[in-house]
Write a protein that binds this ligand. Structure first.
Ligand SMILES: [Zn+2]
Ligand SMILES: [Zn+2]
Length: 389
């Protein structure tokens, strides 16, 4: 099959690789119908996230059709159109049982690469470094899905491929971020970042009943999407002196009840085991990125909620004293997709929320390297490139 492979820093190539095979009776093989790029992929493409190996197939947001199942798979079958969350859950461990799927104890076979840094391993993820399990990714003709019963979610007929695609990560992540805010009807929710996850967080916050949602970014097309698709008020942070002051003015001096960080530290990654020098270098290259979280902490009203979806390294400076003195509640996680996907598919089927506008550009898999370039540089208003194998 053809697949998009990482071959080194900023070196993505579409290559012919062996088709995946069933390796456990609980596996399924999917023919990928659609996959999309994620901002977190840029961390290893740019070389800021180690434990990638030459030839690794990348991609972790996808949907497709089941073409084979292992002998113990009963609840899904060949021919099912399904969406698969990016983090792999086992369904049996204590974390999966508590709906904390990205913390699964059993799906990262390379736990020893994470435990020195994190203390305990996270779940595995498709196409995202060997520290996160070394699973082959989904920018490919086919992909192997372990624990198929727990990870394959059949898509209702009323839901399009593109709607289902974003449920696999961007939508689930944004929705989880809004869910973390425990939104009340008169709440104001501010969201840093109007990319795929940020837009989904804004729309989800509205759906959950927030009175006002404010989106913060610098790209005019993304701010327009926030206003038109998510119904948000917007702040172009390059056009104002202080985002914190503007938010205070917009909220009568009180501050937003909840602040969602959907930016993260672009050049920073999840930082398993890399040198501090590299972090400093990264920060110099992307100084505007680390500001989002600090702004959110200062802008948030006293006793408010800070929901962190952006991806951070393990050495970040975090103003704990501000969080503590203001009595903020901090909620954060990599997405627990399996907990949210059924709700998301239901929202799509009922016409309550439609994420398909994130798919601003469509490429054949052969053109995926160009799609990533466009995505990385946000050319032509690119929010998410979608790849069709
Ligand atoms: Zn992602
Ligand atoms: Zn588990």
């Amino acid at each position: 099959m053809r697949a998009l492979c990482w071959n080194g820093v900023n070196d993505l190539r579409v290559e012919t690789v062996p088709d995946p095979e069933i390796t456990s009776p609980r596996d399924a093989i999917l023919r990928v119908k659609l996959s999309t790029a994620c901002g977190s992929d840029l961390h290893f493409i740019d070389g800021y996230l180690p434990t990638m190996r030459e030839g690794d197939v990348i991609g972790h947001e996808f949907m497709g059709e089941i073409t084979a199942v292992g002998s113990e798979v009963r609840s899904v079958a060949v021919g099912d159109r399904v969406v698969v969350p990016s983090f792999i859950g086992c369904g049996n461990c204590g974390y999966c049982q508590q709906d904390l799927w990205s913390l699964c104890d059993n799906t990262n076979p390379n736990a020893e690469l994470q435990t020195p840094i994190l203390g305990y391993p996270t779940a595995g993820i498709y196409g995202y470094t060997h520290a996160f399990g070394g699973y082959a990714g989904a920018h490919a003709g086919y992909v192997r899905v372990p624990h198929a019963e727990e990870n394959c979610f059949p898509v209702p007929d009323e839901v399009s491929d593109e709607q289902a695609l974003f449920a696999s990560d961007a939508w689930a992540t944004g929705y989880m971020g809004a869910d973390f805010c425990d939104i009340h009807p008169d709440d104001v929710v501010a969201v840093w970042g109007c990319g795929g996850v940020g837009l989904m967080a804004q729309q989800s916050a509205s759906l959950m009943g927030a009175e006002r949602v404010i989106g913060i970014d610098r790209f005019p097309e993304r701010l327009r999407l926030a206003r038109e698709k998510a119904g948000s008020e917007t702040i172009d942070y390059t056009a104002v002196e202080s985002v914190v002051d503007v938010l205070q003015r917009m909220t009568g001096g009180r501050g937003p009840d909840a602040c969602i960080d959907a930016v993260g530290m672009e050049a920073h990654g999840t930082g398993i085991g890399y040198a501090y020098d590299r972090v400093k270098q990264a920060l110099r290259l992307h100084t505007d990125r680390g500001d989002a979280l600090r702004q959110a902490i200062v802008a948030c009203r006293k006793g408010g909620t800070l929901s962190i979806l952006g991806v951070y390294g393990v050495l970040d400076k975090f103003p704990m004293g501000v969080v503590m003195n203001k009595g903020l509640t901090v909620r954060t996680a990599q997405q627990h997709g399996q907990r949210y996907v059924p709700q998301l598919l239901d929202h799509a089927a009922q016409g309550q929320m439609d994420p398909s506008y994130l798919a601003t550009h469509r490429f054949s898999l052969e053109d995926a390297p160009r799609g990533y370039e466009m995505f990385k540089h946000k050319e032509d208003g690119c929010v998410r490139p979608v790849f069709v194998p």
